[in-house]
Design a protein around this ligand. Structure first.
Ligand code: Q7Y
Ligand code: ZN
Length: 671
């Protein structure tokens, strides 16, 4: 199942015809440069090219008023003066004789993408469109947008395919107020947007963009605004909002389809956004959404005005949709103070609507309005500035390194299986040629004489080496003794130049913590055993009341604890160990396996006990990049589990900054 790419040169055929400093950045080259980069990197060729179409009037009327449509319809026949005049009634937008045509194509391209994904022609895809859509409202153009492409697509998908829930993720740096207004009272469409806000000083300067706007009536809780009150937000800020707000809520919501307002003005170098997230962060944002809705994801271009940053970010997104492993995330040094304030306020505002936030440690409500505080005092800015890197802000464009080349290993998934266990399609059965020297070493080390064990262990060591060399992406081994296999891999990884190994252990078999607090391994163990005390920074037992059998509690632990830890630790290898009787259902296991592949360039090695044959198929499928099945709407996790997770998070956040959800000075949770 492929990835659709929808593009038509026709959408480059309109431009600003007069002088307007606010609009001069919205140029046709945005599209040509993005598309050329996809062609040059060979990514376009790997996609399924889907033609655009014009949105019909009925499509457009799903969101817009007849009066507005009739008005826009006249623009192709207007003189330059009339176009200027027409434009004046709206904010930060321009018209051109060909923009109506392009706007119909942009909306139609989005619908073609939705059709391709919903009918199963492709798994996911991206539409490169102009004009963008997320600012346009029922009866108004705004912010370069004419028709609301993504809002139309959400209504269309619900109507045509009868789906119940749509998630819209708007990672553009502007607030898609048009999308918000469209679905404000609608609980079937969950809208998430982060945006430059600066306490309402930044365009479009609406109170409606603040975190307190959570939706109305039945739709209360289904509108999530994350205002950025400082510029210079970085990868850590973006990823922590994903881990601590968007993903927990999205998993609880359980969408049938994910639409992304994929604007790249939130990337470094953009003159509008002035943020500092690197283009490769979009590989991770994309990856983190790809296991929702059974993988049905449609990314639709919105903003992005630095042509270099734009095309790099577009390529990162498309390459991830195609299933290539994401590059290792760099410099995740934790969110800045201002981002933490926003995170705190958003979580507090949504506590009452989402059970994943409900039992979170008491949040002090007196500090909710950071806005008023900042607007009134105007002080304390100096200290903030340092943390967001604003001091480096200048009119000169900041340089950033080109994202690292991503290459797909020749073998995606290798399996070490006992004879008689079939190797699933698409995977390669892996055996190493048995070097007697290695076998002898292993025999001494692990005190085993079983030939089967030794063959397995030597295969594992060879597999780890091939992953390090990028000859193999990931792997799975069915072994007699997971503990022994795990020890062997950890030991060998150190010699095979793996700098850090993240060990994720699911179930309560005895895991010997090697007593390593040197940081070469980070062990996170999920079980229902209270016994284990946390043993320093690098050994983290996560105790859940019902172990891994409560999907809600487990999911919350994965999203809010494991992912941030994993991202900050930045391993070169992930060792995922499943012990028998873990109680984890296949679906949750596949989610875990899929999500973890955002780390270590996708180098995950899964170890399972022989008896768990039945799980080989589902695991292999996740390792191959097939989206995990949706877990369905999640019920409330056990209160005691949420509280335990919260305690754990609070205890660890001094060491692991990506676990923080409150700014030290507003949180009142300093310890
Ligand atoms: C709309 C946009 C859509 C600050 C001036 C503010 C705002 C222009 C609208 C942006 N330099 N200009 O990018 S994604
Ligand atoms: Zn934008």
């Amino acid at each position: 199942m492929g990835t659709a790419l929808i593009y038509d040169e026709e959408m480059t055929k309109y431009k600003l015809l007069w002088v307007d400093p606010a609009c001069k950045i919205e140029v046709p080259e945005r599209l040509t440069v993005s598309h050329e980069a996809l062609v040059k990197t060979g990514l376009a060729d790997r996609c399924v090219a889907v033609p655009v179409r014009e949105a019909t009037e009925a499509d457009i009327l799903l969101v817009h008023s007849e009066e507005y449509l009739e008005a826009v319809k006249k623009t192709p026949y207007m003189t330059l003066e009339e176009l200027k005049e027409f434009t004046l009634q709206y904010g930060d937008v321009y018209f051109h004789p060909n923009i109506y045509h392009c706007a119909k194509l942009a909306a139609g391209a989005t619908l073609q993408l939705v059709d391709s994904v919903m009918t199963g022609k492709v798994r996911n895809g991206m539409a490169l469109v102009r004009p963008p859509g997320h600012h346009s409202m029922r009866s108004a153009a705004s912010g370069f947008c004419v028709f609301n492409n993504v809002a139309i697509a959400a209504r269309y998908a619900k109507q045509k395919y009868g789906i119940k829930r749509v998630l819209i993720v708007d990672w553009d740096v502007h607030h898609g107020q048009g999308v918000q207004y469209c679905f404000e009272d609608d609980p079937s469409v969950l809208y998430f947007s982060w945006h430059r806000y600066e306490h309402q000083k930044y365009w479009p300067q609406l109170r409606d963009s603040d975190y307190g706007c959570v939706g109305k009536e039945k739709g209360a809780g289904f509108n999530i605004n994350v205002p950025w009150n400082k510029v210079g937000m970085k990868n850590s800020d973006y990823l922590s909002v994903f881990c601590h707000v968007l993903l927990p809520i999205a998993y609880e919501f359980s969408p049938d389809l994910v639409l992304v307002c994929a604007g790249f003005d939130s990337a470094i170098g953009d003159p509008e956004g002035e943020m500092r997230a690197s283009p490769d962060v979009f590989a991770h944002l994309t990856h983190l959404l790809m296991n929702l809705a059974g993988g049905k994801l449609c990314a639709v271009l919105e903003g992005g005005y630095n042509l270099t940053s734009l095309h790099q970010s577009v390529c990162q997104t498309v390459q991830t949709l195609l299933g290539d492993p994401a590059p290792r995330p760099a410099n995740l040094d934790g969110p800045c103070t201002s981002a933490l304030e926003s995170l705190h306020c958003v979580r507090a505002a949504h506590r009452q609507y989402w059970s994943c936030l409900k039992h979170a440690a008491e949040l002090p409500t007196s500090d909710f309005s950071t806005k008023r505080i900042k607007l009134d005092e105007g002080g304390g800015e100096e200290e903030e500035r340092q943390k967001t890197g604003e001091e480096e802000k200048s009119t000169e464009e900041e340089a950033w390194p080109e994202p690292p080349k991503r290459f797909t290993p020749p073998v995606s998934t290798a399996l070490v299986l006992p004879e008689g266990v079939a190797c699933p399609d698409g995977c390669k059965r892996f055996t190493s040629s048995e070097d007697p020297v290695i076998i002898n070493k292993l025999r001494e080390k692990f005190l085993t004489d079983s030939d089967d064990d030794l063959t397995t262990l030597s295969s594992l060591t060879a597999l780890v080496e091939k992953m390090e060399k990028n000859e193999i992406g990931n792997g799975l081994a069915l072994v007699r003794d997971v503990s022994m296999a795990m020890m062997c891999v950890v030991e060998h990884a150190a010699t095979a130049h793996h700098d850090r190994v993240l060990i994720v252990c699911v179930g309560d078999a005895v895991v010997q913590s090697q007593g390593t607090d040197d940081g070469k391994t980070l062990l996170v163990q999920f079980s229902n055993k209270e016994s284990e005390e946390q043993k320093g920074k690098f050994h983290i037992p996560v105790c859940l009341k019902k172990g891994c059998s409560d999907v809600s509690g487990f999911t919350q632990a994965v999203l809010g604890l494991l992912l941030p830890l994993g991202y900050q630790y930045d391993p070169s290898l992930v060792l995922l160990v499943r012990t028998p009787g873990s109680g984890l259902c296949d679906g949750a296991w596949q989610q875990l396996t899929g999500l973890l592949q955002g780390l270590a360039q996708g180098h995950t090695l899964v170890l399972m006990q022989e008896g768990e044959k039945a799980c080989v198929g589902p695991t292999a499928s996740s390792l191959l990049g097939v989206a995990a099945p949706s877990l369905g709407k999640l019920h409330a996790p056990l209160t005691e589990d949420v509280e335990a997770l919260e305690r754990l998070r609070l205890g660890l956040q001094a060491d692991w900054k990506l676990l923080r959800t409150t700014a030290p000075e507003t949180g009142g949770e300093e310890h």
